[in-house]
Design a binder for this molecule. Structure first.
Ligand code: NAD
Length: 480
């Protein structure tokens, strides 16, 4: 019998070897051909969007079929719309004025690390962006979402086969272990890692170039000038979408004392239930595991399910369980990321205090990711934009939908960079352009004399070679 970790390591090596061979041929294709292949994959993903969504919900227990279907469509149809005219193969720019030609060079073989919270959509999205820029991708599935990720890969491989290119351009480890993932990360050319902090750290520690993007802990600030009804409606739409599994979903509402009662009343009218006393304690008991990390049993669940798990009664029609919270940190579970129907509620005096509180919440596990603000005051919005340590400030929009480019013009993406402050090499919504190198062919501008001219000048002036060098250095200095 072969040990599981050894099997997984061996499989990672075999898949990368096959992917390398396939990618070398694939990278020779032209843009038109590659665009046709990624379009065919997107079309198939749309056709299978619901089946894959249902599989993901059944296997992980997280989220809702209809919303996972929407995510699959965002990762295919909407993504293709955004990238269809993007030049990613061969010469991508010929700048005659500045005499620079830019040539796209695929990175090669990518390791795709996929979170359990968006398993099928992230697999579709990563496959399409990798192939669009001439790469192959090998996935290491989250063990709790192995079947639906493998099924998505199988669907994509079928399309590749129909298109007459090698299926090995997209593959998936069938025996996922941390050792197999570790090996995969060591032998690929780039890691495209989406998930929690442990995984992002593992990706960056592997020694291979990586785009690792991590956890969010998104505060939603409802400032006194906001349209409260609009803000609360959007927060509910966002927080209950796929039962809150999206990393950009709101984790706490922060609001000004002068409008706090109205905000609270509006939250209750939309289906919030404010937990108190024994009920609050019982919910807190099921929120986390012993080490303070999120309890997977409550992730991506609706309010009724969490109430039942905690052993409490809540009114019929409850959509979110909310807790008034005062502090931020390990002792306050509602101040952390909760990818489910749980929300913290904070009241502050004014936007300056909100600024500080949002900063503290972001530092509590979501630094560099996203922040949401509902306000009509452009000055306050600008202050938040200038000062908050996030890669996205989402304004008057549901933060889930805004961050992934459904209700904003941000790039449709399931890998949202957290910037260097969040331990990430990028602050972008990752696109195919993040998955290629650019070779620049730079032509001489004719501002410095070339060697024969320099020699002629040297003869005319009776100069030696040191003097010519000095002359060139002088010219360069004048240009600088
Ligand atoms: P996770 O970190 O538990 O797992 C992600 C993947 O990494 C899985 O495939 C897992 O098997 C693998 N993994 C975990 N630890 C590893 C290690 N030490 N070495 C190698 N591989 C490892 O994440 P999850 O619970 O599935 O996803 C939820 C988290 O991901 C949340 O914190 C959420 O905010 C974050 N997330 C971020 C984004 C983003 O775009 N920034 C998108 C989705 C999810």
């Amino acid at each position: 019998m072969v040990d599981k970790d050894l099997l997984s390591i061996q499989e990672a090596r075999a898949l990368v070897r096959a992917a390398r061979k396939a990618q070398a041929e694939y990278a020779l294709m032209d843009q038109e051909h590659i665009d046709a292949i990624v379009k065919a994959i997107a079309d198939a993903a749309v056709a299978h969007a619901e089946t894959l969504a249902a599989m993901a919900v059944e296997e992980t227990g997280f989220g809702k079929v209809q919303d996972k279907k929407t995510k699959n469509i965002l990762a295919s149809e909407k993504l293709i719309e955004a990238i269809k005219d993007m030049k990613t193969i061969g010469v991508i720019k010929d700048d005659k004025e500045h005499k620079i030609v830019e040539i796209a060079v695929p990175v090669g073989v990518i390791a795709g690390i996929v979170p359990s919270t968006n398993p099928t959509s992230t697999t579709i999205y990563k496959s399409i962006i990798s192939l669009k820029s001439g790469n192959a991708i090998v996935f290491t599935p989250h063990p709790s979402a192995k079947k639906c990720i493998s099924k998505t890969v199988e669907m994509i491989r079928g399309v590749l086969n129909n298109c007459g290119v090698s299926e090995d351009l997209v593959s998936c480890i069938s025996v996922p272990t941390l050792e197999g993932s570790g090996e995969l990360m060591k032998i690929v050319d780039l890691i495209l890692a989406t998930g929690g902090p442990g995984m992002v750290k593992a990706a960056y520690s592997s020694g291979t170039p990586a785009l690792g993007v991590g956890a969010g802990n998104v505060p939603a600030y409802i400032e006194r000038s906001a349209n409260i009804e609009d803000a609360v409606t959007k927060i509910f739409a966002s927080k209950t979408f796929d039962n809150g599994t999206v990393c950009a979903s709101e984790q706490a509402v922060v609001t000004d004392a002068v409008i706090a009662d109205k905000v609270r009343a509006s939250l209750i009218a939309h289906g919030a239930y404010f937990l108190e006393g024994d009920k609050l304690e019982k919910v807190k008991r099921v929120m986390e595991r012993g080490n303070g990390s999120m309890n997977p049993d409550i992730v991506g669940r609706d309010a009724g399910y969490i109430a039942k798990l905690a052993g409490i009664e809540v009114p019929a029609g409850t959509r979110l369980l909310v807790s008034d919270e005062k502090g931020v940190g390990p002792k306050y579970p509602f101040s952390k990321e909760k990818l489910t129907a749980l929300l913290g509620f904070y009241v502050v005096e004014d936007w300056k205090e909100a600024c500080e509180l949002c900063h503290a919440l972001l530092k509590n596990g979501g630094i560099g990711h996203s922040l949401s603000i509902h306000s009509m005051n452009e000055e306050v919005i600008r202050e938040f934009g200038l000062k908050k340590p996030v890669s996205r400030l989402l304004v008057n929009t549901p933060s889930t939908h805004g961050a992934v480019g459904i209700t904003t013009n941000l790039f449709p993406s399931f890998t949202l960079g957290c910037g260097t402050v969040g331990g990430s090499a990028t602050s972008d919504n990752v696109t195919p352009m993040n998955l290629l190198n650019v070779r620049r062919v730079a032509y001489d501008l004719g501002t410095v004399c070339c060697a024969p001219q320099a020699e002629q000048k040297a003869e005319a002036h009776n100069l030696d070679i040191n003097a010519i060098t000095a002359m060139i250095i002088e010219q360069l200095k004048q240009m600088a």
